[in-house]
Design a protein around this ligand. Structure first.
Ligand SMILES: Nc1ncnc2c1ncn2[C@@H]1O[C@H](COP(=O)(O)OP(=O)(O)O)[C@@H](O)[C@H]1O
Ligand SMILES: [Mg+2]
Ligand SMILES: [Zn+2]
Length: 577
């Protein structure tokens, strides 16, 4: 590569080049101005925020032959010598690899001698927390009686690992994570200076992904630019990162929170198109939810997170809109899901099912009876059908994107006839948290009325909500005939609201809670299901709810459990193939 590593090329040369560390810069410059320079400094902060850079600028500034406004001139012999690491007066020691007593003893020997060129000998000890106990003790001795011409600058990402005795002898400066905005500004400056064309979105992703570390931003930038064309594209960044920027996580949670399934799936889909790994995304989402939870319970995230302040603020605001319960529940579900993904050829479907579940639980009251729930139900059925089939239909991508009810039904490449549960089994299982709907996909689609999808029809009996609707009077009639008039009388008050996870959702109006309760018993359900089976030839589960009640809230307890419990089973089956 013809070019120098960007972070080297763009290493700050003057205090003014340091981004986002204004209070530190101001204080240091004032000290230089007044000549009140301390003998030991501790620079703390996450990686890539400018600790080493500041130390270098400072070392040059105090030694420069012709300082300009308390900045190093970067042109005199001393400045150049320091920049090129030729002058031994400024020593950079990496404590990670030189952490023994002997290394520090060497320094102690060395500090006695006056600087050869400049005014000060400056020792920059990077990753100082890595020093051994013995080394710290040796360092302490030097710090207790430092020669006038010596400055120590200790830099660390983990100040908590520094002995108090050392801390008490240092002036401490905490470097802040660089904000998204500042990173962006710096990148634009660099790109313009290098005459590299760029897409705004590419910049945004880099700035967010860098999580406050300007060095990281530069290295992402460096790997993403098409150097031959001098161009930075969004695709280039995504090729480099292969992970989800915080932005996408934020938006995903927004979508889930609002029950905007299409939105959530779209983000996932975009990520997929960009070649993002689903399990990576899941991991990131888990970490993000953890941060939300911490924010929710009032933990000051600044201590733990490398996220820039503006992003943290947004995250905090988001956490306020969520219940702790919502966060923990989904955190648990996702963690479980993450484990399962390792077993699965198509982990994306797991995440999609998760999203459907969360969104359906989130659907607003008014929509509970409407199309939304019906759509969600179809979506679940469809996804689960795929899972139970163990195959992803070829046109699945397009299908999910174009939405449910689309006439292009996915064609399963392999449905599993052995998965058709017997009626008896099904009845029992409906009561327990049972495995996923053995019925194939989306039989409730309006477009599908009357006919079923080619390729599934011969293997499994399928049912169609509208068809059942038509047959409903017959079913009631049959109940009556079979001397189950009481059941019929109760059931008559219910209205078919939709289908959910292979179950028919029957809603009762206000004041009919008693009816619902009376029917919502195992043996009653079994009796009704038997009749339904006789009339329609289909195995159909039943779910009774009160109208206006949020459907998923009602089904939530077991529906959700069902989802998570059913997944491993299907996976095991899938693996058995
Ligand atoms: N605050 C900052 N302002 C400008 N550039 C920075 C800043 N922080 C990091 N950089 C860029 O990242 C590179 C590495 O920064 P460095 O000072 O070594 O960070 P740290 O020592 O905190 O890990 C620098 O050469 C510079 O290009
Ligand atoms: Mg450093
Ligand atoms: Zn100079």
């Amino acid at each position: 590569m013809a070019h120098k590593a960007l972070y080297r090329k763009w290493r700050p040369e003057r205090f003014e080049d340091l981004i986002g560390q204004d209070p530190i810069v101001t204080t240091l410059k004032n000290q230089i101005q007044s000549g009140q320079i301390a003998h030991a400094y501790l620079f703390t902060g996450t990686r890539g925020t400018g600790k080493t850079s500041t130390a270098k600028v400072f070392a040059k500034a105090v030694n420069c032959e012709k300082p300009e406004d308390n900045n190093p001139c970067n042109r005199c012999e001393t400045c150049i010598g320091i920049t090129e690491e030729r002058i031994m007066d400024v020593m950079e020691i990496d404590a990670a690899s030189n952490n023994g007593v002997e290394n520090i003893r060497e320094i102690r020997e060395n500090v006695k001698y006056h600087p050869s060129k400049g005014t000060y000998k400056v020792y920059i000890i990077d990753e100082v927390h890595m020093l051994s106990q013995g080394a710290f003790n040796a360092l302490l001795k030097t710090l207790e009686e430092p020669p006038a011409h010596v400055i120590f600058i200790l830099a660390t990402t983990e100040p908590r690992k520094i002995p108090a005795t050392i801390l008490s002898r240092c002036q401490r400066y905490d470097f802040k994570p660089v904000t998204i905005e500042n990173i962006q500004k710096r990148l634009i400056f660099i790109l313009k200076s290098m005459e590299i064309e760029f897409e705004e979105e590419a910049l945004r992703i880099i700035s967010v992904s860098a999580e406050g570390a300007l060095r990281d931003a530069l290295s992402i930038l460096e790997q993403s630019v098409y150097w031959e064309d001098k161009r930075l594209s969004t695709q280039g960044v995504i090729d480099t990162l292969g992970i989800v920027p915080e932005e996408q996580l934020f938006l995903t949670v927004e979508a889930l929170r609002k029950g905007e399934l299409e939105q959530a799936l779209e983000i996932l889909e975009t990520g997929g198109k960009q070649g993002k790994d689903v399990s990576h995304f899941t991991k990131d989402l888990i970490l993000y939810l953890r941060k939300l939870l911490m924010a929710k319970v009032g933990v000051e995230l600044e201590q733990f997170s490398t996220m820039p302040k503006d992003f943290l603020q947004r995250l905090k605001a988001q956490s306020q809109k969520l219940s702790g319960n919502w966060i923990t529940k989904n955190l648990e579900a996702l963690s479980e899901l993450e484990g399962k993904m390792k077993w699965m050829g198509q982990p994306r479907i797991l995440l999609e099912v998760f999203m459907v579940q969360v969104c359906s639980a989130q659907a607003p009251q008014g929509k509970a009876e409407g199309l939304e729930i019906k759509e969600l139900a179809m979506r679940v059925q469809k996804l689960e059908g795929m899972l139970s089939g163990g195959r992803i239909p070829k046109n699945y991508e397009r299908d999910t994107k174009e939405g449910i009810g689309d006439s292009k039904e996915p064609v399963l490449e392999n449905t599993r006839p052995d998965k058709v549960t017997s009626f008896k089994n099904r009845t029992e299982e409906t009561e327990k948290a049972k495995p996923m709907n053995p019925e194939p996909l989306n039989k409730t689609s309006e477009h599908n009325t009357g006919g079923s999808t080619p390729g599934t029809e011969k293997e499994e009996p399928s049912w169609d909500q509208e068809k059942i609707q038509q047959q409903w009077p017959d079913i009631l009639q049959a109940l009556k005939k079979e001397k189950k008039a009481q059941l019929e009388a109760l059931l008559k008050e219910a209205e078919i609201l939709g289908a959910y996870k292979g179950e028919l959702i029957l809603g009762f109006g206000k004041g009919f809670g008693f009816h619902r309760e009376a029917l919502d018993k195992k043996e009653k359900k079994t009796q009704i299901m038997e009749v339904i089976h006789r009339v329609t030839g289909k195995n159909i589960g039943l779910k009774f709810i009160m109208k206006g009640e949020e459907l998923p809230r009602e089904t939530k307890g077991d529906a959700e459990k069902k989802l998570t419990e059913s997944l491993p089973k299907s996976l095991i089956e899938f693996r058995d193939d």
